[in-house]
Design a binder for this molecule. Structure first.
Ligand SMILES: *Cc1c(COP(=O)(O)O)cnc(C)c1O
Length: 394
C-alpha cells in the first residue's frame, strides 16, 4: 500500500511532505521561476481555466514550488489547506479580510504585533469593521466583548513581547458559540510547539519570515485551515488581490521547513539555559519564558504547548539599564527580528512597540525596562556568558 504522508512522523513530513519531482528526479525541490504556463492546445487552456484540469495557470494563483511549500506546511500543521502569502502581514491582513465585511465586529487580544494592531485599529474601520480589544488571558473579557455582529476573534499566543498566553480551546468555544471564527497568529510557538487548529481554532497564520526561514533571508507568510473555509473565504480573495509568495522565497522557506523541527528544539533548549541564567541574575527583576514553571500561565502552557519556544523577555527596571545591557552584548545582536539562527535582543518600548501609545503599553505591562530576546543556535555556553556579562553591565 502506498504511504500516506499524513501518517508520517512530523520530521518526515517536514523533509518530504509535498515533494513533487520533475522527470529529472531532482533530490532538492525544483525552483520554478515562471510567471505563466503554456498549454498544449486551445482546448487544454479552456480545460485549465474551467478547472476540469487542475494544472497551473499563473504565478498569482499558484506555482509548483510554492505548492510544495504549501503542502509541506499543511502536513506539519495538520491542516487541510495552506495558502502561502508574501509576508506574515499579508497573511494576517487576508485572514481578516476573508472573514469580515462592512458592519461586522472583531474581538482581538490587545497584546498584538504592531502592524496587526494597525490593521485592526486603523485599516479595518475604513471598511466599516469595528473592533474591541480584550485582555486575552481573561475568558470573561472575550465573552463580554461579543456582539450580535461579531464574526471573528484574533489572538496571538504566546503574545509579543511579554509572552502572554491565551487558552486557545476555551476562546475557540466562546467564538463558536457566538458564530465567530478564531484566527490564531502562531508565530511565537511555531507549528512544532503548538497546533491551534487541533485546539479548536479555525484559521492559523504565520510569518514564515521568522522561524520557518530561520536564517534571516526572505519574507513569507501562510494561512491555514479546513478545506471548506479556505475555499469559501480565501480562494478568490488571494487569487484576485495578489499577495502571492514569490516562488524563490517559497523555495528558500521550504528548505527551511526541512530543518525547522531540529532548529526550534535546539533554540528552545538554548533559550531555557539563557532564561535560567537571567532568572538567577540580581539585575533581572523578572524573567518570562514559556518553558519555565514560574511563567504566570504555566498551567495553560502545559495543556497546549509542547515546548517553550525561543523567545524570552526580562525586566531590567529602566530604559537606561536595558540599553546598557544591549550595548554590552558582544555575540547577541541588537535587532528586532526573531526565530533566527543568530540570537538577537531588542528594547520593545523604543523599537517594536514604540508606536503603541504609552497608556496601552502600560496596560500590557510593557514598562521601559523590558528586553525581548530571541535565542538562536549559537553554543548555549557562549550565549549565557554574553548575556551574563551584559547583565553585569546593566
Ligand atoms: C513578524 C510578525 C508578523 C508579521 O510578519 P512579516 O513577515 O514581518 O510581515 C506578524 N505576527 C507576528 C506575531 C510576528 O512576529
Amino acid at each position: 500500500m502506498a504511504e500516506d504522508p499524513r501518517d508520517w512522523e512530523e520530521a518526515t513530513r517536514a523533509v518530504r511532505g509535498g515533494m513533487a519531482r520533475t522527470p529529472y528526479g531532482e533530490i532538492s525541490e525544483a525552483l520554478f521561476l515562471t510567471q505563466s504556463f503554456a498549454y498544449d492546445s486551445a482546448g487544454a487552456a479552456d480545460r485549465r481555466f474551467s478547472g476540469d484540469d487542475p494544472g497551473f495557470i499563473y504565478q498569482r494563483f499558484g506555482n509548483p514550488t510554492t505548492q510544495i511549500f504549501e503542502e509541506r506546511l499543511a502536513l506539519i500543521e495538520g491542516a487541510d489547506v495552506c495558502r502561502a502569502t508574501a509576508s506574515g502581514m499579508s497573511a494576517v491582513h487576508m485572514a481578516l479580510m476573508g472573514l469580515l465585511k462592512a458592519g461586522d465586529h472583531l474581538v482581538a487580544g490587545r497584546a498584538l504585533f504592531g502592524s496587526c494592531r494597525w490593521i485592526v485599529s486603523e485599516w479595518l474601520p475604513r471598511f466599516g469593521v469595528e473592533a474591541t480589544y480584550v485582555d486575552a488571558t481573561d475568558l470573561e473579557a472575550w465573552k463580554n466583548a461579543v456582539r450580535p455582529n461579531t464574526k471573528a476573534f484574533l489572538v496571538e499566543s504566546p503574545a509579543n513581547p511579554l509572552l502572554e498566553i491565551t487558552a486557545i480551546g476555551a476562546v475557540a468555544e466562546i467564538a463558536h458559540a457566538a458564530g465567530a471564527r478564531l484566527v490564531v497568529d502562531n508565530v511565537f510557538a511555531t507549528p512544532i510547539f503548538q497546533k491551534p487548529l487541533a485546539l479548536g481554532a479555525d484559521v492559523v497564520v504565520y510569518s514564515a519570515t521568522k522561524h520557518i526561514d530561520g536564517q534571516g533571508r526572505v519574507l513569507g507568510g501562510a494561512i491555514l485551515g479546513a478545506e471548506q473555509l479556505m475555499t469559501e473565504s480565501y480562494k478568490d480573495l488571494l487569487r484576485h488581490t495578489g499577495p502571492a509568495l514569490s516562488p524563490f522565497n517559497a523555495w528558500v522557506l521550504l528548505k527551511g521547513l526541512e530543518t525547522l523541527d531540529l532548529r526550534v528544539r535546539q533554540q528552545s533548549l538554548n533559550a531555557a539555559r539563557v532564561a535560567d541564567a537571567v532568572g538567577a541574575h540580581a539585575k533581572a527583576r523578572k524573567v518570562i519564558y514559556c518553558g519555565r514553571p514560574d511563567h504566570p500561565q504555566a498551567g495553560i502552557i502545559a495543556n497546549q504547548m509542547t515546548g517553550g519556544g525561543n523567545v524570552l523577555a526580562f525586566d531590567l527596571g529602566s530604559q537606561a539599564a536595558a540599553w546598557r545591557f544591549l550595548d554590552a552584548l558582544q555575540i547577541v545582536d541588537i535587532s528586532n527580528n526573531l526565530g533566527d539562527a543568530k540570537s538577537m535582543a531588542t528594547h520593545p518600548a523604543t523599537t517594536t512597540h514604540r508606536s503603541v501609545p504609552e497608556a496601552e503599553r502600560l496596560q500590557i505591562g510593557l514598562t521601559d525596562g523590558w528586553v525581548r530576546m530571541s535565542v538562536g543556535l549559537e553554543g548555549a555556553g557562549d550565549l549565557v556568558r554574553d548575556v551574563s556579562r551584559a547583565l553585569d553591565a546593566a
